[in-house]
Ligand binder design. Sequence first.
Ligand code: C2E
Ligand code: MG
Ligand code: MG
Ligand code: MG
Length: 292
Amino acid sequence: AAKENGKASYQFFQPQLSQNLIGRLNSEQALRAAIDGDEFELHYQPRVDAASGELRSMEALVRWMHPQRGMVPPDEFIPLAEETGLIVKLGELVIEKACSQLARWKAENLPLVPVSINVSPRQFNHGNIAELFVWHMKLHGIDPSLVEIELTESCMMGDDQAISEQLAAIKSLGVKLLIDDFGTGYSSLSQLQRRDLDILKVDKAFTSTLDSGKEGEVFFMAIISMAHVLNMSVVAEGVETLEQLRVLQALSCNEVQGYFVSRPLPAGEISQLMRKRYLFPEACVALRSTPG
Ligand code: C2E
Ligand code: MG
Ligand code: MG
Ligand code: MG
């Protein structure tokens, strides 16, 4: 009987399972080595005023510049980084790179706008993220008004005291807080208000519904009017067409971001856009209603 049991538990280790496990351990090791080897780079995607196309902020989006595979998008390594805790180190790298890039742009005398940095919930559980931001901003002489933080809805839920305190500390510095991918999670507007958020970024899934009838429009109308009552401004992400932009302008959406305006670009190309300042294509500017 003992031998039978032994045999049964031995069979638990299916070859399939251990292959997956080995694969995972390899990926984790590769990611760890890439972090130590500094194989990451930030690209930046403009966010512009919906009415005028004026540059308002740039979102830092991390890319893994893999020596063999080329540019690896974040969806292929951020989830693993979050599961393994490597996001803490990677996240600090992103903060450091964003602040040093801002310092370079400042040294080049470019008209600066804030850089918006994505932060995972897990980064709040290891050390104090407010102190981390302060450290890197001071090191590079960056004013807190030039930094924004993009949080996910999972940071908003529940009553995590540690997260609340860190967010309050960050806010008191003058850093703006933004909720990313809004509409995909389960946070309520009252939770957003309690966290004292500045900007609500509506997920691109909703922007794409603007192409198919009034339903998407009604969703945006409701979100925008509620956000404005709560003193938050609204960004639509994933704007890809002039038609989508027109609807969002009519609904008084504050800002837009998406391929219609610009794809995420390396820092060098972003410098040119910073000088240009108004980023809508010519055809769009001509149609724009004059302010006032
Ligand atoms: P996100 O923060 O919601 O970023 C928006 C994503 O949508 C980006 O993908 C961007 O390239 C893409 N996008 C922008 N405009 C359009 C558009 O018009 N159409 C379409 N179809 N897509 C558009 P990306 O760069 O691949 O990043 C994916 C996600 O990875 C981000 O989603 C964010 O959640 C995460 N991520 C990126 N960088 C970081 C980081 O430094 N830290 C953390 N924690 N997460 C990051
Ligand atoms: Mg984001
Ligand atoms: Mg988003
Ligand atoms: Mg997203």
